[in-house]
Design a protein around this ligand. Structure first.
Ligand SMILES: *[C@@H]1O[C@H](CO)[C@@H](O)[C@H](O)[C@H]1NC(C)=O
Ligand SMILES: *[C@@H]1O[C@H](CO)[C@@H](O)[C@H](O)[C@H]1NC(C)=O
Ligand SMILES: *[C@@H]1O[C@H](CO)[C@@H](O)[C@H](O)[C@H]1NC(C)=O
Ligand SMILES: *[C@@H]1O[C@H](CO)[C@@H](O)[C@H](O)[C@H]1NC(C)=O
Ligand SMILES: *[C@@H]1O[C@H](CO)[C@@H](O)[C@H](O)[C@H]1NC(C)=O
Ligand SMILES: *[C@@H]1O[C@H](CO)[C@@H](O)[C@H](O)[C@H]1NC(C)=O
Ligand SMILES: *[C@@H]1O[C@H](CO)[C@@H](O)[C@H](O)[C@H]1NC(C)=O
Ligand SMILES: *[C@@H]1O[C@H](CO)[C@@H](O)[C@H](O)[C@H]1NC(C)=O
Ligand SMILES: *[C@@H]1O[C@H](CO)[C@@H](O)[C@H](O)[C@H]1NC(C)=O
Length: 826
């Protein structure tokens, strides 16, 4: 028999294992055992390594620094450099600990001290030790008193547990300063620091110029980083007291490796290490958009990157320099239309919602005041220009007494800001508030009331004659929930009158229009009591009469599930039929999913929970409710999002209102949206719960990929998302479908499962598709147990309309946004 000799590879492996196991013994440095060039010490659990390094192969500059052990992070990443500005040039050196506890780097041949730890206290029995969080500390071996620590002198990296900010007692300012280049750790002009002028703010500097303002802490996050709202795997802390002001972060899952850095081109990045494919992933970065440069729209200007031009003035203000403003230079800002009238006390405030708080370096904060007290305090000080809650949870008061600069708005995660304006600028309708005007208004109102009263009395008399049972009280003038029809006694759905709805939606004004759904436009409205509602004005094509309509509405109102939008009531007036829903502040899923910036707000966890939520809502409609409801128009724009971004299916059951029979069969009218319709439904008008399952599958693939089914994103232009997903699936590279913005962490297992379930749902033959009950089960189980999907229906962008155009059918549709109604010419 041949004798096995160990391969060189095995030897190497043994050596590395051996040396790494030794590291537990060598995490400390004592005065007797200095660290010479070439040696390293490793933290107890082996996460960090301290040693000498030469970042530039073309120069002999040597530094002492800390980096991740390659078993944790295989790409060499330095997190701290001791002598960043004092390299050892052309010589080797030694890191030693003096008898009084000072760390020094000494050049070997000259005994010159090139670097020493500053701000260190004297200790009697010093030891230096690298801890497993990356902190290199000098402490007294006996009483553990820490004399010096590397966390007190950051380089360009903030690790979990490290403090960014101030020790106000000692004046120690811990900030992050970028390396000059990848091979030169010397300080560049780019620094991120906590500025303690006024209300402390996070600021990125280039020399003495501010390049980005992260803004003040608002109790939950920095006002300039709304994305922090969605970060579920981090914990953030901002401490502000007499002694200290600092920011720090932690990770809920200790196996995740993340750091905050300032990079060499002056951006700040939050990086997260990916074991697969072994690289750092940029989780977040700033500055991001045009509004992120400091104050692009000047004092009293508001920046909105989604607008064009990006600058606008706060209501009540006009551009100060209209010429430059028109040429898209907003830096001069805006000036008041009407001067403030402080002593008469008639000033008011306009609300800027979803705002990033303006520069707070000269603002004052009083945490003991409520918002009302804050308003009063602002009105009481003639130099006050605006106020806001200091914290997003509605506590504290922050007041500005200077012009408001660097104001911008977000789509999501901002705060309410109140800007002081003269009474005349408060609202466009109150512009002429002369006495004559007021008198005229009063007369007009009185006249209108008189007419209404007269008509009511007339009606009252008529009604009394016709139906004795009807009760008519004066409450009907004010109570929006008043029932008009007492015939249907068990009607427990409020019937709103048209005037209430007209008032709430400002006569269906275009500014209140939220969108156009398949069954008619949707408007936002505010009832007299302040409740926000969404009003769906049904298209007049509904074939039902009033009684049928009411029956259907009652049925829909009885469907209650946390993933269904709640119907609050309805309004019928002649031909006009409206449905009143709860208002969803975050609009619909498509708004986020298909927008390249907003989609970053949807991390994997949220997306996964959305998929689960939608599945549960649909299961309820199909099976768990007392009535089997087939949605027939499930799509991203019909998934509304509440404050907490919970998905709620809308528009369910409306198809029934349009007078179609409720079981399978073929219908005369096809209602649905191109891209979400199953083949059998689009072609033959045959619908069943399995057509909804198909739409659900499309939706799942859209949520995972962040792309529309109908979009020209793919290499093979004639493939739609289904075709693309299917071809990736066949190649075994399904994860390529995952939205690149779901960084840094998504569960590959969950994503694969969702893709597989999505593909199972879009299979060509309805009978192959799983029922929603199976879908919910599959989403919650391991992907290995799922059946193999067959080819989906409609994998090409060439849809069913080649078919429809060759027949006598007429189709009217608009891509994606609007549902389609297709009638057979009979
Ligand atoms: C270091 O060595 C290089 C060549 O080896 C030389 O050009 C350079 O001047 C030296 N620098 C110092 C500071 O001695
Ligand atoms: C530097 O000096 C230390 C102690 O004086 C010695 O152990 C080490 O070998 C020297 N290193 C070099 C590269 O000369
Ligand atoms: C510690 O000793 C070094 C010289 O060995 C001296 O330069 C330094 O000032 C001392 N530090 C303190 C805090 O006494
Ligand atoms: C701040 O610095 C002072 C003086 O160096 C020190 O006594 C105090 O412990 C420091 N405070 C904190 C919270 O580290
Ligand atoms: C960063 O910290 C250093 C050292 O404390 C300080 O000198 C510098 O002024 C700070 N920079 C900023 C922008 O705060
Ligand atoms: C608001 O948040 C702060 C800090 O997180 C907390 O101390 C305070 O109790 C909160 N107030 C309310 C009303 O939730
Ligand atoms: C710095 O970060 C920004 C934003 O992530 C990035 O675009 C840029 O390429 C980075 N620069 C370097 C040198 O990595
Ligand atoms: C107060 O209002 C009156 C009437 O509008 C006006 O004439 C007067 O100038 C105002 N006073 C101040 C101090 O602005
Ligand atoms: C108004 O507020 C500013 C800033 O807080 C303060 O300096 C000033 O004294 C206040 N004026 C009055 C009249 O309270």
């Amino acid at each position: 028999m041949r004798k096995h000799s160990p391969s060189p590879f095995l030897l190497l492996l043994l050596c590395t294992l051996f040396s790494s196991s030794l590291s537990t013994a060598s995490d400390t440095l004592t005065p007797d055992s200095p660290l010479s060039d070439g040696d390293t010490i490793v933290s107890a659990k082996g996460t960090f390594v301290l040693g000498f390094f030469a970042p530039n192969p073309n120069s002999n500059n040597r530094y002492v620094g800390i980096w991740y052990n390659k078993f944790k992070v295989s790409v060499r990443t330095y997190v701290w450099v001791a002598n960043r500005n004092d390299p050892l040039v052309n010589i080797t050196g030694t890191l030693s600990l003096t008898a009084n506890g000072t760390l020094v780097i000494i050049a070997n041949n000259s005994a010159v001290v090139v670097w020493s730890s500053t701000g260190s206290s004297t200790v009697a029995n010093p030891v230096a030790q690298i801890l497993d969080d990356g902190n290199f500390v000098v402490k007294d071996a006996k009483d553990q008193f820490v004399a010096w620590q590397s966390f007190g002198h950051p380089t360009d990296t903030l690790l979990p547990g490290m403090k960014l900010g101030w020790n106000l007692t000692s004046g120690l300012n811990r900030n992050l300063t970028a390396w000059t280049s990848p091979t030169d750790p010397s300080s560049s002009p780019y620094t991120m620091a906590i500025d303690i002028l006024g209300d402390p703010q996070l600021i990125l500097w280039s020399g003495s110029t501010r390049t980005w303002r992260g803004g003040p802490w608002n109790g939950a996050r920095f006002s300039g980083i709304p994305e922090m709202k969605t970060y579920s795997m981090f914990t953030f802390q901002f401490v502000q007291n007499q002694e200290e002001v600092y920011y720090t972060f932690g990770l809920k899952d200790p196996s995740i490796i993340s750091q905050l850095i300032v990079n060499q081109t002056g951006s700040t990045q939050r990086l997260v290490w990916l074991d697969q494919p072994r690289q750092w992933n940029v989780f977040w970065h700033a500055p991001k958009d045009q509004c992120d440069v400091v104050s692009p729209c000047g004092p009293m200007g508001v920046c909105n990157p989604d607008d064009s031009p990006i600058c606008d003035c706060v209501q009540g203000f006009v551009p100060k320099n209209p010429t430059n403003w028109a040429l898209r230079d907003g830096t001069d800002g805006c000036t008041r239309k009407t001067p403030l009238d402080c002593r008469n006390g008639t000033d008011g405030f306009v609300l800027v919602s979803e705002a990033k708080l303006p520069d707070t370096s000269s603002s004052t904060v009083d945490m003991s005041l409520s918002l009302d007290q804050c308003r009063a305090k602002c009105l009481g000080n003639c130099s006050c220009t605006g106020y806001a809650n200091a914290y997003v949870n509605g506590t504290g008061c922050i007041i500005w007494t200077t012009q408001l600069t660097d104001l911008r708005v977000w789509a999501f995660g901002g705060q309410d800001l109140y800007v002081r304006v003269a009474a005349a600028d408060l609202s466009p309708t109150m512009e002429q508030s002369h006495h004559s005007g007021i008198v005229a208004t009063i007369i007009a109102i009185a006249a209108a009331l008189g007419i209404v009263l007269l008509l009511s009395v007339a009606c009252f008399v008529c009604e009394m004659r016709r139906k004795k049972r009807v009760e008519f009280t004066s409450a009907s003038f004010t109570n929006p929930y008043n029932y008009q029809d007492t015939d249907s006694k068990d009607l427990d759905l409020p019937l709103y009158d048209l005037t209430t709805i007209v008032a709430a939606t400002d006569n269906f004004s275009a500014t209140n229009k939220l969108g156009e759904g398949g069954f008619g436009p949707v408007f936002m409205g505010t009832l007299e009591d302040g409740q926000q509602i969404a009003v769906k004005r049904l298209a007049k094509t509904s074939v039902q009469g009033r009684t049928e309509f009411m029956n259907e509405i009652e049925l829909i109102a009885k469907l209650q599930h946390r993933n269904l939008v709640r119907l609050l009531g309805c309004c019928i007036h002649g031909e006009e039929k409206m449905l009143i829903y709860e208002f969803m502040p975050n609009r619909s899923l498509d708004v986020f999913l298909f927008d390249r910036t907003k989609c970053t707000l949807l991390d994997w966890k949220m997306r996964y929970e959305m998929i689960m939520g939608i599945a549960r809502g649909l299961l309820y409609l199909h099976q768990d409710s007392r009535f089997r409801i087939i949605h027939r128009d499930l799509k991203a724009s019909n998934i509304l999002l509440d404050k907490e971004m919970n998905p709620k299916i809308s528009d369910f059951g409306i198809a029934r209102i349009f007078g179609e029979d409720e079981t399978q069969a073929n219908t005369r009218k096809v209602v649905g949206t191109y891209g979400y319709m199953s083949p059998e439904y689009a072609m033959d008008g045959a619908f069943s719960v399995k057509s909804d399952v198909f739409s659900f599958g499309v939706l799942v693939l859209e949520i995972v990929s962040g792309k529309k089914n109908r979009g020209v994103y793919f290499v093979k232009a004639d493939l739609n998302l289904l075709g693309h997903a299917w071809s990736l699936w066949k190649q075994g590279s399904s994860l390529e479908l995952v939205d690149e913005s779901i960084i840094p962490k998504y569960s590959a297992d969950e994503a694969l499962r969702c893709i597989k379930v999505g593909l199972l749902c879009v299979q060509e033959r309805p009978e192959d598709r799983p029922a929603m009950s199976s879908v919910v089960l599959m989403l919650g189980s391991g992907s290995a147990l799922l059946p193999q999907p067959k080819q989906p229906g409609f994998i090409s962008t060439k849809g069913p309309f080649e078919y429809s155009s060759s027949t006598s059918q007429q189709a009217s549709y608009s891509l994606n946004e609007i549902s389609l109604t297709m009638c057979e010419g009979r």
